[in-house]
Design a protein around this ligand. Structure first.
Ligand code: GLU
Length: 391
């Protein structure tokens, strides 16, 4: 037997394709190739100066030691403020945990609650890491397919038909990555009706893109629409996407005390506390000025409109206009025969200087995801390259 034998749990999962393609684009750039990366969901805006200053202040103050595993009291309070002010979810700091990015929170929540034989319901196209984490935990994925015509949202009937006796979690992401799917309040309430009949099912509401909504009306979230279900809802949020702080790695989650405690128990053996400097920066992000978020959102909206118009003008490509987040799920079905699949098409685009992620990475098909969180000039040039590459 070779020493390089992987655990069965790891062997069940593939590397993240969003990060793999982004790493490849960085590598090509380091080799001197001209590649525009629209593969990762990362705002190009600079982290706000007051946030950077808070990180510097923390360093100068010697804030460089362990903190409590679940986060500093200051950040748990700031996160509780964020949940109340921005999402309408009233929780005490004891029902909040801080993790190294939303990704770690999702990882810990699922690992802490899933057993082999459990099912996890995930609307597809889904964010790449959801099904992989589920499989790592030894549970099974139940795919709830959605399509552009239905706004990439599941319906209550679809949920009711898909729930198995083994169902343990429903993963909801609104606004969603990679489709921008955004659930209105009444649709969440309809999903809640179904969930009430299945008390074993927990719900992860991944609200990381909440500030990035382009339609009218407030952000809707399940814990607010169905408060009676709050004791089995984990709402995940953070500063990465909203405040352009991806590298800081800070996610925050709110949920019932038993689940927050379970996540903390696991976190105490994985990373321990999230980085102390990053936590100080996140306090500034949540408690400092928020008005720039509106200006950023409007800039994303302009980019979204530009990208959708350009994509829909390219023969063989089409995209619906997403209601939220900063991704377009591009349909390239008419080109599939010519290129031999979405993976091959994305390799061809990479050769032509644009990195995007194949739809199959998200449980979709025949297309690719563009992140429009890049500056206007880069986006325009990337779209010219895409048009030329598929012509
Ligand atoms: N969530 C972002 C994306 O989908 C960041 C990369 C990742 O962690 O997948 O691009």
């Amino acid at each position: 037997m070779t020493v390089a034998r992987l655990s069965q749990a790891l062997a069940r999962i593939a590397p993240s394709r969003t990060t793999a393609i982004t790493d490849r684009a960085m590598q090509l750039r380091a080799e001197g190739r001209d590649v525009i990366s629209l593969s990762v969901g990362e705002p190009d805006f600079a982290t706000p100066a007051h946030v950077v200053q808070a990180a510097k202040n923390a360093l100068d103050a010697g804030d460089t030691k362990y903190t409590a595993v679940a986060g500093t009291q200051a950040l748990r309070e700031a996160a509780a403020l964020h949940f109340r002010r921005d999402l309408g979810i009233a929780v005490p700091p004891s029902q909040v945990i801080v993790s190294a990015g939303g990704k770690q929170a999702i990882f810990h929540a699922l690992l802490a609650t899933l057993d082999p034989g459990d099912d996890v319901l995930i609307p597809s196209p889904w964010w790449v890491s959801y099904p992989e984490i589920v499989r790592f935990a030894g549970a099974s994925v139940v795919d709830l397919p959605t399509d552009a015509a239905g706004g990439f949202r599941i319906t209550a009937d679809q949920l009711a038909a898909a729930i198995t006796p083994q169902a343990r979690w429903l993963l909801l992401n609104s606004p969603g990555n990679p489709t921008g799917a955004t659930y209105p309040a009444q649709e969440l309430r309809a999903l809640g009706e179904v969930l009430r009949r299945h008390p074993r099912v927990l719900v992860m509401s991944d609200d990381i893109y909440a500030p990035l909504r382009y339609g009218a009306g407030d952000h809707a979230t399940l814990a607010v629409e169905c408060p009676d279900l709050a004791d089995r809802i984990l709402t995940v949020s953070g500063v990465s996407k909203s405040h352009a702080m991806t590298g800081f790695r800070i996610g925050v989650s709110a949920g019932p005390e038993w689940l927050i405690g379970a996540m903390g128990r696991l976190q105490s053996h994985s990373s321990g506390n999230p980085a102390s400097i990053s936590q100080a920066a996140a306090v500034a992000a949540f408690t400092g000025p928020q008005d720039f978020l509106i200006e950023w959102r409007e800039r994303f909206r302009a980019r979204r409109d530009m990208v959708c118009k350009a994509i829909n003008a390219i023969p063989g490509l089409s995209t619906p206009v997403p209601d939220g987040a900063f991704y377009c799920m591009v349909n390239a079905a008419p080109l599939m025969e010519r290129f031999g699949g979405d993976e091959a098409l994305c390799l061809h685009l990479l050769e032509n200087g644009v990195a995007v992620v194949p739809a199959s990475a998200f449980g979709g098909r025949d297309g690719f995801r563009i992140s429009f969180a890049a500056d206007d000039e880069k986006l325009e040039e990337a779209l010219r390259r895409i048009a030329k590459a598929v012509a």
